[in-house]
Ligand binder design. Structure first.
Ligand code: ZN
Length: 139
């Protein structure tokens, strides 16, 4: 993974066999990014995505393997317990251009991934909400 900062933006290249969520988290830690937005495109060959089931207060997760294009990756950076907290969703397309998507837990790069992170001033924390079962934005 390589990155360059331009003004309040980070241009990140995540390389083959590197994991996307951990790579973005590393950039956040190294640069003390507390608030921001994430967008990316690229190619992956293994992803773990989830769907939150409100009635069970749990994520149903699936692992998908094969060649996929990231047709859209979007997320935000906030903080929890003084650490960066990434919330990312992804859409991927298979060789027949069928789309799968969900809450992103893990994605392995098969060729390259191009990420743009825009940092905002200030910070927003998260709190665990007992009713919902998720770490909600504390506003
Ligand atoms: Zn989510």
């Amino acid at each position: 993974m390589k990155y360059r900062k331009i003004d309040s933006k980070y241009i990140i290249r995540i390389d083959k066999n590197e994991e996307i969520v951990a790579s973005i988290e590393k950039v956040c830690i190294e640069n003390k990014i507390q608030l921001g937005k994430i967008t990316a495109i690229g190619a992956v060959n293994k992803v773990i995505i989830g769907l939150f089931k409100p009635e069970d207060r749990k994520y149903l997760s699936s692992e998908l393997k094969g060649d996929f294009e990231i047709t859209s990756l979007i997320g935000n950076i906030t903080s929890k317990d003084n650490k960066p907290y990434l919330h990312i969703h992804i859409n991927i397309a298979d060789e027949k251009h069928r789309i799968f998507g969900g809450h992103l837990n893990l994605a392995m790069v098969s060729a390259t991934c191009e990420v743009l992170v825009e940092e905002f001033a200030g910070n927003v924390e998260r709190n665990f909400d007992e009713d919902i079962g998720l770490n909600l934005l504390k506003l």
